[in-house]
Design a protein around this ligand. Structure first.
Ligand SMILES: *[C@@H]1O[C@H](CO)[C@@H](O)[C@H](O)[C@H]1NC(C)=O
Length: 505
């Protein structure tokens, strides 16, 4: 008995020390992420053109929960030096942000480039580079120029050309300093939420049709921008270009065959229709889902599938067009087979025949879709790694929301980040090539349809204050400590809450 106790004690010590010693490699990039419309403001500064979020929030203000908009947001247009100061306070290796297309090209097309728009991003990038912070730049994070939306946006067959033209302007102006490019942020949210439903601009609600049309043109646009970089800029600029896809984890609720099939179809609809054409060996849309949509379309009386096909040439062009796979990961849902009666009109999730649920015991954030699901980063990345032949990964977003009233003591967020980063260490231990982690978000910002009611920031922003004062939350000190020590110390309690800029940054 005594011997067993001693043995137990020794194993316990061993587990504790190995856990303690798990370190993030020095070259692993720790950063934070933001997006142009959510932080910049300056919606009509200089010659900036109108985008689809300007148009929607100005003409249909009621669709935003608190009837707010991003006209000023965190006013990073004027506060960019403070933003970079916060990056230095945290000791970030990298910062992921997006460019506003209509700030650079006021008309959407590249015949006219805004000097003021280019100057703003030059200043922002120069300020980061000056302090050794690696810029990671997203070309498109949801703010399409309105003039292009008027022509159908992502549904117009010329969209891939427009995007390539814009990408070339961007590489030309910023590629001397930017070596990490992300074409699109979250195709599912662009195509499904914006085109298939009414949960993001431009509120098209073309249910069961919009997402698939958009998906095809989006991946073609991505490939065009990728090859423009690869062929004409990478040889002299030497950077990398990838895409960021939202990949939450979707395991089956039970081991039943129905639930397993439902979960696979659900994953194909969530991320497969965007990832498969680029990262799979075969290319094109996922096989099971496309067969299913074709069959359902026929039963619903359509003369052809609601999901378009790729020509052989298009399929080959898109396949393999990425240097890395950016993953935005937040949570998990359990998937089960739906009853036949659950979907009345044709829709993407009707096509999957699947519904999701979340166990009561997973801790809840301020966002109804976001819970703390155990091991979801490891599960999602292991799945992707096996399915897509071990690409290079970055986690380009991961984070937790609270309410403004919750203030600066964001212990729930700290619990979330520690759990997520343990899962990141599990991914590294499994030998998966994951090169960086961007926390969402550097600061509170305009959370789309939720306005300012959900706060994701390591720094709180006071949106009542014209100066948009930023104040570090407790989690900012914890994240800083992890970046500095490259270790997750679960006991660490930040005592003194004054931010300083440490040496070297
Ligand atoms: C979107 O389309 C669906 C199905 O056609 C319809 O039931 C719903 O009312 C529409 N939503 C809005 C906000 O227009």
């Amino acid at each position: 008995m005594k011997l067993l106790l001693l043995l137990g004690f020794l194993i316990g010590c061993y587990a504790a020390t190995t856990r303690q010693e798990r370190r993030f490699p020095d070259e692993f990039l720790f950063g934070t992420a933001t997006a142009s419309y959510q932080i910049e403001g300056g919606w009509n500064a200089d010659d900036k053109g109108e985008n689809i979020w300007d148009r929607m929030t100005h003409t249909k203000p009621d669709v935003i929960k608190d009837v707010s908009n991003g006209d000023i947001a965190a006013d990073s247009y004027n506060n960019y030096k403070r933003d970079v100061e916060m990056m230095r306070e945290l000791g970030l290796d990298a910062y992921r942000f997006s460019l506003s297309w209509s700030r650079i090209l006021p008309n959407g097309l590249s015949n006219k480039v805004s000097e003021a728009g280019v100057a703003f991003y030059n200043n922002y990038i120069d300020e980061m580079v000056k302090y050794g912070i690696t810029p990671m730049v997203t070309l498109y994070h949801w703010d399409l120029p309105q003039k292009l939306q008027d022509l159908g946006g992502f549904a117009n067959p010329l969209f891939p050309d427009w995007f390539e033209d814009y990408a070339r302007v961007v590489y030309e102006h910023f590629g001397d300093r930017v070596k990490h490019w992300i074409t699109f942020n979250e195709p599912r949210e662009i195509c499904y939420e914006g085109y298939d439903t009414t949960t993001k601009a431009p509120l098209l609600n073309a249910t069961g049709i919009g997402a698939y049309l958009c998906a095809k043109n989006l991946v073609l646009a991505h490939a065009k921008a990728y090859y423009a970089y690869k062929n004409d800029f990478a040889p002299s600029q030497g950077g990398q270009c990838g895409i960021t896809i939202s990949v939450n984890w979707f395991p089956p609720l039970t081991d039943s065959e129905e639930d397993q099939i439902a979960a696979e179809l659900y994953r194909q609809a969530e991320w497969g229709i965007y990832a498969e054409p680029i990262f799979s060996a075969e290319g094109g849309f996922p096989k099971e889902l496309s067969e299913r949509v074709a069959q359902m379309s026929m039963e619903q009386g359509y003369p052809r599938s609601r999901m378009p096909e790729f020509t052989d040439e298009e399929r080959e062009f898109v396949r393999g067009a990425a240097d890395f796979f950016g993953v935005n990961h937040y949570t998990a849902f359990l998937v089960s087979a739906a009853k036949d009666t659950e979907f009345i009109v044709p829709s993407v999730y009707g096509d999957t025949g699947a519904v999701t649920s979340v166990p009561d015991e997973w801790p809840k954030s301020a966002s109804k879709w976001l819970t703390l699901a155990p091991d979801s980063i490891l599960n999602a990345l292991t799945f992707l790694n096996n399915k897509y032949n071990s690409p290079v990964f970055y986690i380009t977003e991961n984070g937790w929301s609270i309410r403004y009233e919750d203030g600066l003591e964001d212990d729930d967020r700290i619990r979330y980040y520690r759990a997520a980063l343990e899962s990141v260490l599990d991914v590294l231990d499994a030998g998966i090539t994951l090169k960086g982690y961007m926390a969402w978000s550097l600061m509170d910002n305009f959370e789309w349809m939720e306005g300012y009611t959900e706060r994701f920031g390591l720094y709180e922003v006071d949106f009542e204050d014209p100066a948009r004062t930023r104040t570090p939350r407790k989690s900012a000190f914890v994240y800083k400590q992890i970046i500095k020590t490259r270790v997750i110390d679960h006991e660490y309690e930040p005592e003194r809450r004054t931010m300083t800029i440490d040496d070297g940054k």
